[in-house]
Design a protein around this ligand. Sequence first.
Ligand code: MN
Ligand code: MN
Length: 469
Amino acid sequence: MSEKTEGEKLKEELFNSKKNGWELATEEEKQNIFKFCDEYMYFLDRAKTEREAVEFSTDILVKNGFKNIEEVSSLNVGDKVFYINRDKNVYAAVIGKEDLEKGINIVGAHIDSPRLDLKPNPLYEDTGFAYLKTHYYGGIKKYQWTTIPLAIHGVIVKANGEKIKINIGEAETDPIFTITDLLPHLAQEQMDKKLKDGIGGEALNLLIGSIPYNDEKVSEKVKLNILNILNQKYGIKEIDFLSSEIELVPAFRARSLGFDSSMVASYGQDDRVCAYTSLRAILDVEVPEKTAVCILADKEEIGSVGNTGMEANVFDTFVAEMLNKLGQNKANMLDKVFCNSRMLSADVDAALDPIYASVSEKNNASMLGKGIGMCKYTGSRGKSGASDANAEYVAEVRKMLEENNILYQISELGKVDVGGGGTIAYIFANKGIDVIDCGVPVLSMHAPYEVTSKYDVYSAYKTYKAFMK
Ligand code: MN
Ligand code: MN
C-alpha cells in the first residue's frame, strides 16, 4: 500500500464520513447482534398490542427483581420499581445514588402501533358472510391492510367486570381472518382513484364466517352462528362488544430478512423496537449515579392523548411517588427534578429507502445499518411543532456515544417541504427536560410489515444502556 497523501489524511480527519456498522463489527459482536435479535423477534411475536407488551414487560421486570411501587412503602438507592397504568402503559425505574433533585435519566418509547380496531357495534351479516367493522388506529395506508392474514387480539370486559382475553390467529392451528379486495378484472374504477382513496375506511370489513345457523325460521343465520360460537367459547353476547378493545394485527411472524439475515421484518417495530431495547437496557442497570427510568407509553400513534398517553399526568405522579417514598419530596420538587433531567425519546426514524429516495435528502437521512438514528428536531415545514434539542445537550449525547464506541447518525424526517411528524419528545421538553429523539431507522414504517437492520437494533440497546448507566 502506498502512503496516504496530505489531502487524504486531512480529509480523514476533517470529514464526517458515515460508516456501515457491519463493516466495523467484529465476529463476536455480530454473534451478539444476531442472538439479541432472536430474542427481540420472540418478543415481537408475543407483544403485538400495548396490553400484550405490558404483560410481557411486567413479567420480565418481576423476574429481574423489580417491584410494583404501590407495594413498597419506602425506597432506597438501588431499588427497582415499576408502575402499570391501566394495563397499557408501564414506567420502570432503578433508584440512583444521587437525589432525584439533581435529575433523572429517562428513555421513553411507545408500545402502541398502527392497526385496525373494531367498532363498538362491529358484527353484521351481508349476503351470506359475517363481518366485523373496523376503525383504523394511527396513520395507515389502508390498501396495505387488505388481503393479508389478520389476527384478533384484545379484551372484552363484561358489565359484571369479568375480563376476557382474546388472541386468535397466532397459533398454527388457529384460523385467521382477512379483508377482501376487488379482483383486477373488475377494478377499473378503483384503479383510477388516488391511492389513498382506493380502499375506503368503511371497506375495511373483516371476513369472519359463512356457515348459517341451521334453523329455517331465523334471519341473519350466519351472524347468529358466529355469535353462538363466540358465546360457547367466551360466554359473550353481541352487547359485550360495546365494552371491548379488540385490535386486528397482521398474523405473520417476525422473521429474519435477506440471504444474510441482516434485517428484521415484522409488524409493530414502530415502536416496539425501541421499547424492547430500552426495557432490556434497564434490566442491565445495577446502581446508577442518577435514577434511570424506562417509559413504555401508549397512544403515541394518535397524539399521546388519553390517560394512558404521555399527555396525561400519570408519569408525573409516578415520579412524585418515588420522591415521596425516598423521603425527598417538598414544594416544587417535581419541577426541579424535571428541569435537571435528560431524556432519550426512543422512537423510530424514517430510513432512506433507495426505491423512494426522492423524498429524502441524502446528507440528512438516516440509513439502515449505520447505527442509532438521532433527530435533533422533528416537526414539519418551518420546524412547526418541533421539539428541537439544544446544541449543548446534543453534544453531551454525542460524547456518551463516542466514548462507548456506538455508531450513530443524525438525520431529519425527509426533505424539508415533503412532510413531517412528531414523537413524545415535545411533552417532556415542555416539562423542562433536555430531550432528543433517538431510535432505530425503519423501512416501510406503519406498514403491516416493517423492516429494521439488526445492527441498528443492537446499537439502540447499547445506546439506552450507556445512557441509563
Ligand atoms: Mn413511533
Ligand atoms: Mn409511528
